[in-house]
Design a protein around this ligand. Structure first.
Ligand SMILES: NC(=O)c1ccc[n+]([C@@H]2O[C@H](COP(=O)([O-])OP(=O)(O)OC[C@H]3O[C@@H](n4cnc5c(N)ncnc54)[C@H](O)[C@@H]3O)[C@@H](O)[C@H]2O)c1
Length: 357
């Protein structure tokens, strides 16, 4: 492929970040937007400078637009699979928001469709593209951590149930609560930094102590709201290479007021690292610990990040299409992650460890 890739964005919530990313990329041209909510569509269409005839409330009409080569699918989780598959069958490359789908089995149908269509499917794990995460990845690639034998990953909020009563808090539409919503990001970051080792078993538990009582929502609630997902999840993962990982995620918990922090801590034989991002901070988020000649060494690189990584993720997607190379965050990794998440939910339900063969 050469020249600019003609891209459309389907769903204009976080899809706005994709649209801005494409507009900032020298390799892309944002040619169309789609949202079922016509008010949002027109507000964003005006803001993005998209002509009225390139604004769609119907996905299939947008997919039929001549010249459209690729789309971002930034819809509620239950729509990822049907819309991605329709886009792939219409000959478009797809950048799909996380989680790839509500379950590994559903995500696998998307990977199969991409293979059949011969098109690219990338999952948007945008936090990988932040400068702090890339610094840690370079550290890990250079062997500065040695063998990573234990990792701690988490995303904890005091008060932050998103869209209580909306698709986010319907298990059948979202697939789950904070584990699939936030945990998917930190699990991906951790597995990516560890080189996606093979998983042998998971054990987890989930709790719903606030959501069903209408508490700790990120927006003011009126009346009763539907809530059948967890609001805190914790788990433990074992890898074939002997390493382990612990994970904790919450949308709602009695923790530090205002807390909305994610973290990845790696313990290696040669060094340890900490990524700790409080409230989407853009600096002072990473540290590397080792020792030289028995003397402890602490390194805090002065790295400033630019946002949540969407601009770089969208730029990477279109660059891969032009270069004809697979993206860094593949559909297969999206499936692998959902296997862990499915396993943690199953373990929470049965009270038993889930083993993978
Ligand atoms: N990577 C990140 O940092 C990040 C951040 C937020 C959300 N997300 C993911 O992005 C996805 C969307 O989340 P959101 O917060 O933007 O949700 P949202 O509910 O705010 O926005 C979804 C949009 O999709 C539109 N929509 C729904 N059904 C549609 C249809 N059939 N056709 C066209 N438009 C339709 C809605 O009108 C809405 O504007 C989710 O999968 C979520 O997990 C990722």
């Amino acid at each position: 492929m050469s020249g600019k890739i003609k891209v459309g964005v389907i769903g204009l919530g976080v899809g706005q970040a994709h649209a801005h990313g494409y507009q900032a990329s020298p390799d892309a041209e944002l040619v169309a937007v789609c949202d079922a909510d016509s008010r949002r569509l027109n507000e964003q269409g005006d803001r993005l400078g998209i002509s009225p005839e390139a604004r769609f409330t119907d996905v299939n009409e947008m997919l039929a637009m001549p010249g459209l080569e690729a789309v971002s699918v930034t819809l509620p989780n239950y729509l990822h699979a049907p819309v991605t598959i329709a886009a792939l069958q219409a000959g478009k490359h797809v950048l799909c928001e996380k989680p790839l789908a509500r379950s590994a089995a559903e995500a696998q149908t998307m990977v199969d469709a991409a293979k059949k269509a011969g098109k690219t499917l990338m999952v948007c794990f945008n936090y990988r593209y932040r400068e702090d995460a890339r610094w840690l990845r370079a550290l890990s690639d250079e062997g500065k951590l040695g063998k990573i034998y234990f990792a701690k990953a988490g995303w904890l909020r005091n008060t932050g149930i998103p869209g209580a009563g909306s698709w986010f808090t319907h298990k059948d539409q979202a697939g789950g609560g904070p584990l699939i919503d936030l945990g998917v990001h930190v699990l991906d970051l951790t597995l990516w930094l560890m080189g996606y080792p093979k998983i042998v078993s998971v054990s987890g538990n989930t709790f719903a102590e606030f959501g069903p009582k209408g508490k700790k929502s990120s927006r003011k609630l009126q009346g009763e709201v539907h809530y059948d997902v967890e609001d805190l999840a914790a788990g433990f993962v074992r890898f074939e290479n002997g390493a382990s990982l612990s994970i904790e995620t919450s949308w709602a918990s009695h923790t530090k007021a205002g807390r909305d922090d994610y973290f990845v801590t790696l313990y290696g034989t040669e060094g340890g690292s900490e990524l700790y991002v409080p409230n989407y901070a853009d600096r002072d988020t990473i540290a590397f610990y080792t020792e030289e000649g028995g003397i402890p060494v602490n390194i805090h690189p002065a790295i400033v990040t630019r946002g949540g990584g969407h601009t770089m993720a969208t730029a990477h997607f279109v660059r891969c299409l032009i270069d004809g190379v697979p993206p860094e965050s593949t559909g297969e990794q999206g499936v692998a992650l959902l296997k862990v998440i499915d396993g943690l939910y199953e373990s929470a339900k049965t009270g038993r460890e889930v083993r993978f063969d």
